[in-house]
Design a protein around this ligand. Structure first.
Ligand SMILES: NC(=O)c1ccc[n+]([C@@H]2O[C@H](COP(=O)([O-])OP(=O)(O)OC[C@H]3O[C@@H](n4cnc5c(N)ncnc54)[C@H](O)[C@@H]3O)[C@@H](O)[C@H]2O)c1
Length: 266
């Protein structure tokens, strides 16, 4: 059985992965917050991502890392720097030195939030972040690309759309961006099990009728999403976006602190 290290294990996505994976993988789970083991064999270790020595201790014997820890919403530089920037470096570098060969990075649609919504985004679209949180995810993608090229690691950067508890879309934008729990778990399994794919940016979305992101790279490693946000369209009807949000992929992150000139953004 492969040993998988899950960071952010106490968070929404971490909990879903642990629930799905006990019995499938040997789990080593870490978070700043306390966790209750999902099985007798799960190792739960409380640690801060910004502590290099603590991260290095987690690495021996690990086959793959699912890195879902860190700041998961917009925040100040002081909130983002230690957990997401320093934390990502600590995980990548200590993983490399321990010989870990495969890592999944939780990027976000907010790494490409300032693209206009008329354009369908692909894995080849360079980052165009819509805030400091999005910038931290662009850093994830740059680090993943570099560790693949320079050190031969297999790295997936997942531009996740909307993963929610409860497991359903909550507004009209989510009809484009939603990913169900089982689809996210399956996508991560593809990232761990597929033959080496070097470095790939993929989108963390279900099989949504209204999707505006081309997920060819995920399909290439075997991703076959089962859910479609459209099934919830009637439920979220009328929960629309404001004029600025609906122009760009990043949605409601766009007006947050916006002092620019939208007419100048191509
Ligand atoms: N949920 C979504 O819709 C979504 C969308 C795009 C990207 N993502 C990304 O996926 C990842 C997981 O998202 P989530 O929804 O589960 O978020 P979450 O906030 O529920 O979980 C993040 C976890 O990281 C832990 N953490 C934060 N700082 C830490 C530190 N310094 N050291 C150790 N642990 C720390 C938190 O305690 C928390 O349990 C995040 O990186 C997020 O940016 C999520």
């Amino acid at each position: 059985m492969k040993r998988v290290l899950i960071t952010g294990a106490a968070g929404q996505i971490g909990r879903a992965l642990r629930k799905a994976w006990h019995g499938k993988y040997l789990l080593r789970s870490t978070d700043l917050a306390p966790m209750t083991p999902v099985s007798a064999s799960e190792e739960c270790i409380q640690a801060d991502l910004s502590d290099y020595a603590a991260m290095a201790k987690l690495m021996p014997g690990v086959d793959a890392i699912a890195h879902f820890g860190g700041r998961s919403i917009e925040g100040t530089w002081e909130q983002i720097l230690p957990s997401s920037i320093v934390g990502l470096y600590n995980v990548m570098e200590s993983a490399r030195l321990a010989g870990v060969k495969r890592i999944i990075l939780a990027s976000s649609n907010h790494a490409v939030g300032f693209y206009r919504r008329q354009s369908t985004l692909t894995s080849e679209h360079a980052p165009r972040p819509d805030g400091l949180y999005g910038v931290s995810k662009a850093f994830f993608e740059a680090m993943g690309s570099m560790y693949a090229d320079k050190h031969g690691m297999t790295v997936a950067s997942l531009r996740i759309g909307t993963f929610r508890e409860p497991d359903q879309p909550d507004n009209e934008r989510h009809l484009m961006t939603w990913i169900s729990h089982r689809d996210l778990v399956h996508l991560c399994e593809c990232c761990i099990e597929a033959p080496d794919y070097h470095y790939a940016v993929m989108f963390g979305i279900s099989n949504n009728t209204r999707a505006r992101w081309d997920n060819t790279r995920a399909y290439a490693i075997g991703y076959r999403p089962q859910d479609n946000a459209e099934d919830y369209a009637a439920r979220v009807a009328g929960k629309a976006e404001d004029d600025l949000s609906r122009q760009f992929h990043g949605g409601f992150y766009i007006p947050d602190g916006f002092t620019g000139d939208a007419s100048m953004i191509p």
